[in-house]
Design a binder for this molecule. Structure first.
Ligand SMILES: [Zn+2]
Length: 100
């Protein structure tokens, strides 16, 4: 199910560096929770694009947030997480499109 790129040592190194540099779950942090991250997630889904996979921005997530985010993305094309102000945290969310 996961892309073969995830099984390369190059990816494992990139993932490990992400977790070392950002040890806390970004989505939990946005909601005021402190949770240890275990997963390096692509902020913009790479969808098989090598450039995005290797050079795209990563965020650290815990397993719970990662699976919630993945389910949302597969269903809607974006996640429905919100920050403390109630704004969607996913740049792909329609509310955030065109802001950047
Ligand atoms: Zn989390």
């Amino acid at each position: 199910m996961s892309h073969p790129w995830y099984h390369t040592s190059r990816w494992r190194k990139r993932r490990a560096r992400q977790i070392v540099e950002h040890p806390l779950c970004a989505m939990c942090e946005q909601q005021g929770r402190v949770t240890a991250a275990t997963i390096a997630d692509h902020v913009v889904p790479h969808r098989g694009d090598a450039e995005k996979f290797w050079n795209g921005e990563l965020q650290s997530l815990c397993a719970t947030c990662h699976s919630a985010r993945k389910q949302m993305q597969e269903k809607h094309g974006y996640s429905q997480g919100c920050d403390v102000d109630g704004n969607p945290t996913d740049d792909q969310h329609p509310w955030n499109r065109g802001k950047k």
